[in-house]
Design a protein around this ligand. Structure first.
Ligand code: IDP
Length: 148
């Protein structure tokens, strides 16, 4: 089973969207295997967004993601990485489809509510960056047999 790293960004936490976002992934059929509210240290933010370190918005991005608590999660399920990206919508909310998370709740690319890994490699890297293996729980759900 695939796993992905999903994070409600500080704007999503402040705007009371944690519950809505968790509900969407739960109802889709994915399984929550780890979650925590945390304040990201600057060093972790710089590592997480390292691929953007040469971009003009890097300082703004790191400043924003460390500006308040985030809700970090690991979700598990068949094709969860790609499906979660579809559920999130395009990076810039002006291009996100309606009924996606960013399409429904975002207005600007800087405050687009949610982060999700974009490939198996980034999912493995980000899960490892944000979670200790002891914080992730493998378990069966009775509903699995109605999902698969
Ligand atoms: P993603 O979050 O959809 O994977 P990336 O291209 O990896 O998109 O960009 C990471 C984050 O950087 C975006 O979610 C967005 O919040 C922020 N970002 C991207 N472009 C800009 C920009 O031009 N100004 C400010 N923030 C930006």
């Amino acid at each position: 089973m695939e796993r992905t790293f999903i994070m409600v960004k500080p704007d999503g936490v402040q705007r009371n969207l944690i519950g809505d976002i968790v509900e969407r992934f739960e109802k889709k059929g994915f399984k929550l295997v780890g979650a925590k509210l945390m304040q990201i240290p600057t060093e972790l933010a710089e590592t997480h967004y390292g691929e953007h370190s040469d971009k003009p918005f890097f300082g703004e991005l790191v400043g924003f993601i460390t500006s308040g608590p985030v809700f970090a999660m690991v979700w598990e399920g068949e094709n969860v990485i790609l499906t979660a990206r579809k559920m999130m919508g395009a990076t810039n909310p002006t291009e996100s489809d309606v009924a996606t998370i960013r399409g429904d709740y975002g207005l600007t690319v800087g405050k687009n509510v949610i982060h999700g890994s974009d490939s198996p490699e980034s999912a493995a890297r980000e899960i490892d960056l944000f979670f200790d293996s002891k914080e992730l729980i493998s378990y069966e759900k009775d509903s699995d047999k109605w999902t698969y």
